[in-house]
Design a protein around this ligand. Structure first.
Ligand SMILES: Nc1ncnc2c1ncn2[C@@H]1O[C@H](COP(=O)(O)OP(=O)(O)OP(=O)(O)O)[C@@H](O)[C@H]1O
Ligand SMILES: [Mg+2]
Length: 415
């Protein structure tokens, strides 16, 4: 049996539940630092006591959006209890989907506090297919299409039947949420980072802080980026590494949209203890099994890409790096643009691009207008075809293009 760790707790539950769990939690070695009545009281306790978790009843008085936001800000875990269907619905409305029945055994609460509940539970129900893969999508400055590629690659992997988590780790302005029409004030990646820093990023917390992109082709989870780019100091290398470690267990494929800058911040600032803005990108690359490097296929974009590519390869070390050139068009590079781009990359960088994605204004416009992926909004577009082919050929394992899956639509058998 796993050894339990003692936690510092704040309790905001009804009297009956408190009378039942207080002796049990004390006996289990935990410490209840405060027993309070309303969400406002809990918020005050958070700053004062910095508890590991808040045990809260899912009533309007005790569980509020601002309490959840404050817990996310401080990386404090929330364990919610519902004594009725109404309380369960209240929690769900606030985005808390893992709610315990108020009659639950203390042992279950204890296991949750230890972060072993859902991990063990999920593993028993549906083992994660091994090995899971982490893909970092990187590209130099000049908006070559990192976010577009990250979203489309995630969508195509999900369409092939895998469990996918898309993570927006661009500390220069995450765009995944607006592109997919999601609320970017939701907790997302920054909250996951804070929870991971406190060892609280369980599967249930991941499910809570992530948003779900729903699609008939295959849903995927999204950890949206920073709502304000000025909050980048919250995203340290250690936190990114810890989040990726958890997400890797949660999903079959983790796709990370990174920033453009590979400079070590030590080279920019002499303050060794200053937070590092590029740390998230570097940590994502370090954690990845496969880096997709995106370049913009015009003369300036290619020059930038050729300059930065050696730095990427040096950082990625033994990790597989695959090059995709995006927005390929004759207007930018002359006739036969595919040949032009390939030969320039070969000649000046000995680089072989695995995919050349055409410039596809109408496909992208359709996707942006609807907040959907290309596969959902413009499945016949040329960019979609190129990215789907790339994912099948260079991202998914060759034999596993058609995995055992839940969402996969069955073909009609021809008899
Ligand atoms: N194949 C394409 N054809 C046409 N437009 C494209 C294509 N790929 C991307 N775009 C457009 O280029 C712009 C930049 O793309 P995207 O936001 O994906 O780049 P990025 O590298 O993430 O940029 P940023 O530095 O802002 O994060 C967007 O308006 C997007 O719609
Ligand atoms: Mg971007």
């Amino acid at each position: 049996m796993a050894e339990m760790t003692a936690s510092t707790l704040v309790l905001a539950v009804d009297r009956r539940l408190e009378a039942r769990i207080l002796p049990a939690l004390t006996q289990a070695g935990h410490r209840a630092v405060a027993r309070v009545g309303s969400a406002n009281d809990v918020v005050q306790c958070l700053a004062e006591h910095r508890p590991d978790a808040v045990l809260v009843q899912s009533t309007r008085r005790q569980l509020t959006a601002s309490l959840i936001a404050q817990c996310d800000r401080l990386g404090t875990r929330i364990v919610a209890f519902a004594a009725s269907e109404m309380e369960r619905r209240h929690a769900a409305m606030l985005g808390l989907h893992e709610v315990l029945d108020a009659s639950v055994d203390w042992a279950e609460v204890d296991a949750i506090l230890d972060g072993i509940d859902l991990r063990a539970g999920l593993a028993a129900r549906e083992p994660v297919r091994q090995p899971s893969r982490v893909l970092a999508v990187w590209g130099p400055a000049g908006a070559p299409g990192r976010t577009t590629l990250a979203i489309e690659v995630a969508a195509e992997i999900a369409a092939a039947g895998h469990r996918v988590a898309l993570v927006d780790a661009d500390t220069y302005g995450g765009q995944v949420a607006p592109v997919l029409g999601m609320l970017d004030e939701s907790p997302g990646f920054a909250a996951a980072c804070r929870l991971a820093a406190n060892d609280g990023l369980t599967f249930s917390e991941l499910e809570r802080v992530a948003q779900r992109y729903l699609s008939p082709r295959g849903d995927f989870s999204v950890l949206t980026g920073l709502a304000s780019a000025t909050r980048w100091p919250e995203i340290s290398a250690q936190r990114v590494a810890a989040v990726v470690k958890s997400v890797r267990e949660w999903a079959d494929y983790t796709v990370i949209d990174t920033g453009f800058n590979l400079e070590l911040d030590e080279e920019i600032s002499s303050d060794l203890f200053a937070p590092r803005r590029n740390a998230a990108t570097l940590a994502a690359i370090d954690a990845a099994d496969h880096v997709i490097a995106v370049g913009l296929a015009d003369p300036v974009g290619m020059a930038r890409f050729l300059r930065a590519h050696p730095d990427l390869v040096a950082r990625a070390e033994a990790t597989e790096v695959t090059v995709v050139m995006n927005q390929v068009r004759a207007q930018a590079v002359g006739p036969s643009p595919v040949t032009q781009v390939q030969s320039a990359l070969r000649r000046f960088g000995s680089i072989e691009a695995k995919a050349l994605v055409p410039y596809d204004r109408s496909g992208m416009d359709a996707a942006r207008l609807t907040g959907r992926t290309l596969g959902d909004s413009a499945p016949r577009s040329s960019a979609h075809a190129a990215i789907a082919r790339f994912v099948t050929q260079a991202v998914l394992p060759q034999s596993a293009g058609a995995p055992a899956r839940r969402f996969r639509r069955r073909r009609m058998a021809v008899v």
